[in-house]
Design a protein around this ligand. Structure first.
Ligand code: FMN
Length: 390
């Protein structure tokens, strides 16, 4: 097994994940869509933003603690929903939940998790758990997850609204990562040359649970073939603001709207009673021509800051990236791939390593910036490309 302790940064965990997973599965986790422009642009947009340091402040006792929904977190980071978490590692969602609990941050269970949500609550380490909802073509069947998540005790419901049409991921088609999986000589070779994943993940589901990985939280008619499952999992492109009202009426706890890229939509969401908006382009997956969320963030903060929690994601790989998001007004940052690489490389230990790296990088950068507390970060600490040279 790869030793995640040897990973010095998220890129090292990415490389470990790449070695353990088949090429098809790794690209499914790693890439964006079409030409990967949005994926690259998310990084470029973050890299162009600079942090401004102040010197000779005693920073010997600095800490990354903050609050989300009024409840303390050890750092203002949330693990976002990533569909294949349970496919890259046996019961990967539970491993991620435990890593998040130990790091003192929330974890979001994806709709397509391969473990029943109640099991994740029972075995996930007792931390804060959010449940993510995708709405399939059969809306009523999709909504059955909502009272179930409430009964299971989830703190928040994360409704993702940027994925109502299929992504254009040509590499998935080429790799045969489709439903049903297309077996070719190339991807059979890909699978058999990755025994750590094949036996350690797929083999473990078969041995321990008696079947291949399944979707345990989606209310599908029994006995569907893989083509039937594919057709069932067609997302619903009829979602509208009336639907958001319906969800608000159904869900009594914190409601998070994920996938917003326009300040007017953020304002309208808050008028509809949403507690938190996530500025996201789905990690560059939803549209290859999408704006980078970090560039949209300031306009959303101007519109709804103080009225709702604002979270940003897409492209965050370093502690300094997180500080840039906070300085531009976000209350927290979601990470997707950073912890997905970690869990794919080494389960809970890998996910914990990813969070430890981000935490250590945040603390180090805060020291350089002359900051002792996340609460002290302001717009003054960040310089955007339109502002330099100073
Ligand atoms: C492989 C993969 C699967 C994902 N699955 C979901 C999902 O099921 N629901 C969702 O709302 N977002 C999903 N996301 C998006 C993440 O929640 C998050 O918005 C994104 O990963 C953030 O970008 P980052 O990966 O650069 O951190 C997925 C992302 C990846 C990479």
């Amino acid at each position: 097994m790869s030793d995640p302790a040897k990973a010095l940064n998220i890129e090292d965990l990415r490389r470990m994940a790449k070695r353990r997973l088949t090429r098809g599965l790794f690209e499914f986790c790693d890439r964006g869509s079409e030409d990967d422009v949005a994926l690259r642009h998310n990084r470029e947009a973050l890299e162009r933003i600079k942090l401004r340091s102040r010197v000779l402040n005693d920073t010997s006792s600095r800490h990354t603690g903050s609050e989300i929904f009024g409840t303390p977190v050890d750092m203002p980071v949330v693990i976002g929903p990533t569909g294949p978490a349970g496919f890259v590692w046996y019961r990967g969602e539970t491993e991620l939940a435990r890593a998040a609990a130990k790091a003192g941050i929330p974890f979001t269970v994806a709709s397509t998790a391969n473990t029943p949500m109640e099991d994740i609550v029972a075995n996930g380490g007792g931390g804060r758990l959010w449940y993510h909802l995708y709405v399939w073509r059969d809306m009523e069947a999709s909504l059955k997850a909502v009272p179930r998540a409430e009964a299971a005790g989830f703190e928040a419901l994360v409704l993702t609204v940027d994925s109502t049409v299929p992504y254009n991921r040509e590499f998935d088609v080429r790799n045969g990562v489709t439903m049903p999986v297309r077996l070719t000589a190339r991807n059979v070779a890909d699978i058999v040359t990755h025994p750590r994943w094949l036996f350690g993940t797929v083999g473990r589901y078969v041995m321990a649970d008696g079947h291949m990985p399944r979707y345990h939280n989606i209310d599908m008619p029994p006995g569907l073939t893989s083509t039937g499952i594919r057709d069932f999992l067609f997302k619903n492109d009829m979602l509208d603001w009336e639907f958001l009202k319906r969800i608000r009426d159904m869900w009594p706890r914190k409601l998070v709207l994920k996938g917003v890229l326009h300040a007017e939509d953020a304002a309208r969401a808050v008028e509809h009673g949403v507690d938190c908006v996530v500025i996201s382009n789905h990690g560059g997956i939803a549209s290859d021509a999408a704006l980078a969320p970090i560039d949209v963030l300031p306009s959303v903060v101007r519109e709804v800051g103080g009225k709702a929690t604002v979270i940003v994601d897409s492209g965050f790989r370093r502690g300094s990236d997180i500080l840039k998001g906070l300085a531009l007004g976000a209350d927290a940052v979601i990470v997707g791939r950073a912890t997905l690489y970690g869990v794919a490389a080494a389960g809970e230990a890998g996910a914990s390593r990813a969070l430890q790296i981000l935490h250590d990088e945040m603390r180090r950068t805060m020291g350089v910036m002359g900051l002792t507390s996340v609460a002290d970060i302001t717009r003054e600490h960040v310089v955007t490309p339109d502002e330099y040279p100073l």
